[in-house]
Write a new protein. Structure first.
Length: 272
């Protein structure tokens, strides 16, 4: 019987990747993490003994706590957070239950190092269009919700990456970039092991729009039009990114929940 303060794997899976996703706190001890060094998407690790230090950071947030098997550590940490006025639940079955249900896990080895504030830092060319908005959306929704993005002139991407400890993406000769006929979004799905059916469906649209192959997906023309419109609306790349997050949220929900739904003007019956 489910606990009053628990959330199931299926319930959490419906929230991950959406703007309403809870903060997911991974409190596995080091021995358990080493046995399976991968994360539930968008989660972050923190030692269970110091969880009260997070109270200020998590105020006003819904929190889900995950340990190895969803037992004493996660239930205890969730209780401690609730005692600090935070809405907190623990994940039934923990990280093991999530993995055994076939849900994706992001390998630690693929997540870049973090800065002093615990953020991953990424850098790419300024004036983003398709890939350079899609990739930050993927990172913030599934890898690191606190990720920081730097947009600079193309000639300075490598130097900025070196001087500021940032990870370059969607530029030539970078690890996180196009590979063959696949775009940077495809690369990130593969490397972060996020190749779920909805994200693969979205990836086809991103690839079609980003490489001008609209025959791959009819939705690509709409994504291109909306992306170009956003680039004309915003001179500031970061404001454009924030606006683009909503665009990709909508495309993701379509890919996950509505790809087989159509729309037409209803036939109006007339009585004589």
């Amino acid at each position: 019987m489910p606990s009053l303060n628990s959330i199931s794997v299926s319930q959490l899976a419906r929230l991950v990747g959406t703007p309403d996703a809870p903060a997911i706190l991974d409190v596995r001890i080091d021995e358990d993490f080493i046995e399976d060094p991968a994360f539930i998407p968008s989660s972050f690790r923190y030692p269970f003994q110091s969880v009260e230090d997070l109270a200020g950071r998590l105020q006003g947030r819904r929190v889900v706590v995950a340990c190895w098997k969803g037992l004493k550590l996660s239930e205890g940490v969730a209780a401690v957070l609730r005692s600090n006025g935070i809405e907190a639940e623990f994940l039934e079955g923990g990280c093991t239950g999530w993995r055994d249900a076939g849900q994706p896990m992001v390998p630690e080895a693929r997540v870049p190092g973090r800065n002093s504030e615990g953020q991953t830092v990424w850098v790419t060319r300024h004036r983003p269009k398709i890939d350079r908005i899609a990739c930050p959306w993927l990172i913030r929704r599934f890898v690191d919700p606190t990720a920081r993005f730097l947009f600079v002139s193309p000639a300075q991407v490598a130097a900025v990456a070196d001087r500021f400890g940032a990870t370059p993406f969607d530029v030539e000769d970078a690890f996180w970039s196009h590979r063959g006929d696949r775009c940077s979004f495809d690369t990130m799905l593969e490397e972060f092991q996020l190749q779920t059916e909805p994200l693969l469906r979205l990836a086809t649209i991103v690839r079609a729009a980003d490489t001008n192959r609209h025959d791959l997906a009819p939705e690509a023309a709409g994504l291109l039009a909306a992306s170009l419109g956003l680039s004309r609306m915003y001179k500031d790349d970061l404001r454009q990114l924030e606006a683009g997050m909503g665009l990709y949220d909508a495309f993701y929900r379509w890919a996950r929940d509505a790809s087989d739904e159509g729309h037409d003007w209803p036939t109006v019956s007339r009585k004589g």
